[in-house]
Design a protein around this ligand. Structure first.
Ligand code: SF4
Length: 416
């Protein structure tokens, strides 16, 4: 193959994958490659895949086919969760140069650029230690996603993530602080800490999540931090009290609930019940004013009756999150829940999703109204949509204004 300078990236899935893709991108550029759009012809195409649902798997296959049609001579390098779970199948697809699993992420650029390979599949069984591949996103002038943790040792009965990403592991506080400094040097002012089970940070280094937050607090140039998601049982009272003591960590929490019904939480093997969850929310609210709470909920888990769903609905009305991330249950191969009795019909799932979407709209409107008239600090982002730019308050309310290039990456006080 002649000159292999043009590299395109396609990322399907979460903030963690996006941070990893941006790290690959920097490595390719350090090797003299030029990033091009995935809608252009390329010599190498990196597809960072997701496998959170059956639909995600199908989408990945479609993307690989489309990219192969667009650049028939390109080397398609497939990585990410679906690559780890379906390596052999993917390796047989047209245009695939190699499939790179969790354990080989730090070698992805070398494998993509090497003159030849003795095989296509570079994947170790997920139970083996894959090491920690550090990553942070660059290229966005305001915000960066910083990977602090990977993998998971929890085994929720519906989830394939531990199979795709392996056991819980993390980088050292020193290395993560160094990456935050690099992001600050690029003009980033807000960092979103990301991981699979972010609050489980410290498993492989013996360090604590709270000490990580305290170390990041000292990084100059970064004025805001958000935690992308944290399990309720890992968001300790100590962390809440420290964040409430006046830090750069914003009044914004994204906490997976999954169900508001204890029977279903038990069947999911979640590590708390509804009482624990509502006490945690009460704790946050008693220490942090105007806090934005985003909550994940799965509807249609096997065995979920109308009464169970109504329990979830009522629980959410009581907890009153500012936003509900709603996921219809997706039956995943090799998960215990896939063989549970009482699989819920898709039409029933759709009805329940629609009811929660309506509830989410109502609760979000109420949250915004409760903040009306308050003064808030907004960090404006770089995109210009129809002459408008937007940004988020500290408590994650979206604010729009006329586009002004001088305001990009600046924090501005506004009255909501
Ligand atoms: S904690 Fe999250 S990533 Fe881990 S098994 Fe449960 S749902 Fe999956």
């Amino acid at each position: 193959m002649g000159n292999i300078g043009r590299v395109a990236f396609e990322t399907l899935g979460c903030k963690l994958s996006y941070a990893e893709t941006m790290s690959y991108c920097r490595d390719f550029e350090a090797n003299g490659c030029e990033q091009v759009s995935p809608r252009q012809q390329a010599d190498i195409v990196v597809v960072n895949t997701c496998s959170v649902t059956e639909h995600a798997d199908k989408k990945c296959r479609n993307y690989i086919r489309r990219l192969n049609r667009l650049s028939p001579d390109a080397r398609i390098v497939v990585t990410g969760c679906y690559a780890q779970l379906a390596a052999e199948e993917i390796s047989k697809m047209d245009g695939v140069w190699c499939v790179v699993g969790s354990a080989y992420k730090s070698r992805l650029v070398t494998l993509a650029l090497s003159p030849s390979l003795d095989r296509k599949v570079f994947v170790n069984p997920s139970e083996e230690d894959s090491g920690f591949f550090p990553a942070w996103s660059s290229g966005e002038r305001t915000r960066s996603f910083l990977k602090v943790q990977d993998g998971c040792d929890y085994h929720c009965t519906y989830c394939t993530v531990p199979l795709a990403r392996g056991g819980s592991r993390n980088g050292t506080i020193a290395s993560i602080v160094e990456q935050a400094r690099q992001a600050a040097a690029q003009g980033v002012s807000e960092i979103v800490l990301t991981g699979v089970n972010t609050g489980d940070f410290g498993k492989t280094t013996g360090e604590s999540f709270l000490n990580l937050l305290k170390a990041l607090q000292e990084v100059e140039g970064i004025s805001r931090y958000r935690i992308s998601s944290i399990e309720p049982n890992l968001l300790t009272d100590e962390i809440i009290e420290w964040i409430a003591s006046g830090t750069k960590f914003l009044p914004h929490f994204h906490i997976p609930l999954q169900s508001g019904c204890n029977k279903i939480l038990k069947a999911m093997h979640r590590r708390y019940n509804t009482e624990f969850f509502s006490n945690k929310i009460a704790k946050i609210r008693s220490h942090i004013d105007n806090v934005f709470l985003g909550i994940d909920v799965i509807v249609g888990f096997p065995g979920e009756t109308d009464e169970d769903f109504q329990e979830t609905y009522s629980f959410l009305e009581t907890v009153r999150p500012a936003f509900i991330h709603i996921f219809p249950y997706s039956r995943r191969k090799d998960t215990p829940a896939a063989s549970l009795p009482g699989q819920v019909q898709e039409s029933v799932k759709s009805c329940r999703v629609a009811r929660l979407e309506e509830l989410c709209r109502r609760l979000h409107t109420e949250f915004v109204e409760e903040n009306r008239g308050r003064r808030e600090e907004v960090l404006f982002e770089s995109s210009n949509k129809g002459g408008k730019m937007f940004g988020y308050t500290r408590n994650y309310i979206r604010v729009e204004r006329d586009f002004d290039p001088e305001t990009i990456g600046k924090t501005v006080w506004v009255t909501l």
